[in-house]
Design a binder for this molecule. Structure first.
Ligand code: F6R
Length: 620
């Protein structure tokens, strides 16, 4: 949430910052701003609304402005207006910063700063950081701060950061040091890109890859000070640290729209290829096993564990629920899925043989990260299923498996979901192989999994048909999504996709639960989406469809190709290829993603930037 980009180099900073902000806009889009160093002054330009609005008020880039910071906001404290937009200047006008995160003790600090004569313009927690740095920088009398000005600025930043409770990714400039840029991180991501005679700091590699693929991932409580002469990394307690250079593993192409109208659509269509990358080299048909190098030495504990707790949020939680079923079914280990936001505040029982899995596309979701930390403190082995390489959850967990599906930019998660399920399927198979599955069963599962990308390819050809269904139904404001067994989490995911981008109210349920209350909602013509592929509960779900039809509901049924038996039950039929019951969610979710996409477009919404949402929820 919120995107930060900062530049120090030889080129005019303005266009680089704007381009970077556009690449980060999926992280927040309610206001945006730039801070540029011009001589010994800081120029701030900001506005509410999207980056395109900010662009309209920008003048021509000034070639002298080669250092600057930029921000695209998802509001936490204070309305999304121009005053609250970042960057924020301190009360002396010398310090400017862009912030991603939340300062929990901002109110106490604000009261103290006001008592010291600092003035505030905005309602944000961020302005407190700017003023605290500004106050410390300008009031060093009697303090043990360095004598030279440059170190005094760094010192003031360090001392301010040590007073903050909460999270931050920060880019900071000071008018007295027109050739200096400071970045700092705690709880929100921050990456330093090292180009040729230029540096880019950003919340996400997407804003860096155009300039360089060499990066340093800052860890919590670390900061970097950059000048044209080079950079140095320290902890916020002033201890020098050496950081390893890493390589960004995706190309610029991966974050372009590539002819698609929206990132979400591109990512839906990418799924066969993305799953191919996720499964590639991991399904060893020759030796009849699954190879997941990231688990390494933890396979032993994992195989012997008595209880697996899966933590995640949103769509990743739905994938987790499928993972729970897969691990139970294939490996016969007790598994349960928890909302990370709840788990972190409970008093969970973690025993020696408990393994905790965290699933997160971004690897930065605050609640999921906190759940991992909580589990680690209690002695659990933690495993991350993460997409973003080098992200905080990937680095915090003991072991892990990357999704390898490339950047996911659409706010509504699609390809990450199918890959999360694929990774959980691989884990289930390999755990099962190590515990009790026969060689024949393992072969059958591995072969079936390897066929999923081509089955998804088949589903993608249905887009026009699904669009027609959306046209006939998307005027309805209340929907139900129902499934059983492995398709029950798919029902939840279908409902979430529809509500988050089309703003239609939708409820996902295990189909049999409908009778225990929600059936009262059914009125004439209400769309009810059933996922009724051939599975152990097929007959039962037919019964549920009848219950809805008897009450006037209009059924959209996802069923297997050639299943003529189901035709009379469907007002609209979506036929998908048959796959093993355990792996059906990767196929049955795809038509629901497409349905949600078309419904949202038909209702005139910006699919990639849904109202009130942002990708990567780094606040709790
Ligand atoms: C919905 C969606 C969210 C995320 C959730 C967790 O389409 O994208 O529900 O799944 O915010 O995000 P990650 O996976 O980054 O932890």
């Amino acid at each position: 949430m919120c995107g930060i980009v900062a530049y120090l180099g030889k080129k005019p900073a303005q266009p680089i910052l704007i381009e970077g902000l556009k690449r980060l806009e999926y992280r927040g889009y309610d206001s945006a701003g730039l801070g540029l160093i011009n001589g010994s002054e800081i120029k701030i330009i900001k506005s509410s609304g999207r980056i395109s609005v900010l662009e309209e008020i920008l003048g021509e880039p000034d070639p002298k402005e080669v250092v600057g910071i930029g921000h695209t906001r998802w509001a936490t404290h204070g309305q999304p207006n121009t005053i609250n937009a970042h960057p924020h200047l301190d009360y002396t006008g010398k310090i400017a910063l862009a912030h991603n995160g939340i300062i929990e003790n901002y109110s106490t600090l604000k009261t103290w700063l006001i008592s010291k004569g600092c003035t505030f313009k905005s309602e944000t927690d961020t302005e407190v950081i700017a003023n605290l740095i500004g106050y410390l920088y300008s009031n060093t009398d009697g303090k043990d701060c360095p004598k030279d000005d440059q170190n005094r600025f760094e010192w003031a930043v360090q001392h301010a950061l040590n007073e903050l409770v909460g999270t931050y990714g920060l880019a900071i400039i000071c008018a007295d040091f027109p050739e200096m840029l400071i970045g700092a991180k705690k709880g929100s991501p921050l990456i330093l890109g090292l180009g040729k005679n230029e540096y880019v700091i950003a919340s996400d590699a997407a804003a860096i890859v155009e300039h360089t693929t060499q990066v340093i991932y800052l860890s919590d409580n670390e900061m970097v000070t950059i000048t044209p002469q080079g950079f140095h990394t320290k902890t916020i307690d002033n201890v020098e640290i050496h950081k390893e250079l890493k390589q960004i593993e995706f190309s610029l192409n991966a974050i372009e729209l590539d002819g698609f109208k929206h990132y979400m659509l591109k990512e839906i269509y990418e799924q066969p290829k993305a799953l191919g990358m996720c499964l590639g080299g991991r399904l060893d048909l020759r030796d009849n096993r699954v190879v997941l190098g990231g688990i390494g030495k933890y396979w032993r504990e994992f195989t012997r564990s008595k209880r697996i707790i899966i933590n995640a949020c949103g769509t990743a939680w739905h994938a987790g629920l499928i993972g729970e079923f897969l691990i139970e079914q294939l490996a016969r280990i007790n598994a349960e899925t928890q909302y990370a936001s709840e788990f972190r505040y409970r008093n969970p029982i973690i025993e020696d043989d408990t393994v905790v899995i965290a699933i997160s596309q971004s690897g930065e979701t605050a609640d999921t990260l906190a759940a991992v930390e909580q589990a680690r403190e209690r002695g659990a082995i933690t495993l991350g299923i993460v997409n973003v390489v080098g992200s905080t959850i990937a680095r915090t967990t003991d072991a892990g498996v990357y999704l390898r599906v490339g950047p996911e930019i659409g706010v509504a998660s699609t390809k990450a979901f199918t890959a999360q399920v694929a990774v959980l399927a691989m884990l289930g198979i390999e755990l099962g192989r190590r515990r009790h599955l026969s060689a024949e069963q393992v072969r059958c599962y591995i072969q079936e999994l390897s066929r999923i990308p081509s089955k998804i390819e088949d589903v993608l050809t249905l887009s026009d048909h699904i669009k027609k269904i959306a046209e006939a139904t998307c005027d309805r404001e209340n929907w139900l999504f129902l499934g059983r067994g492995f398709n029950y989490p798919v029902a939840l995911e279908g409902a979430l996709k529809l509500k988050e981008i089309s703003y239609i109210h939708a409820e996902g349920l295990p189909a049999a639960e409908m009778k225990h209350g929600p059936i009262a909602l059914i009125t004439k013509g209400m769309p009810a989406v059933f996922i009724a592929t051939k599975c152990s509960q097929y007959d039962k779900i037919i019964g549920n469809i009848e219950e809805v039809r008897a009450r006037g509901g209009r059924t959209i049924v996802v069923a297997n190709k050639g299943d003529d038996n189901i035709r009379p039950y469907a007002d609209f039929l979506i036929e998908v290829p048959e796959v093993l019951e355990e792996f059906q969610p990767m196929v049955t979710v795809v038509p629901l993603q497409i349905l949600a996409y078309h419904a949202a477009v038909l209702r005139g919404h910006d699919v990639d930037k849904p109202r009130n949402l942002a990708k990567s929820v780094t606040v709790e």
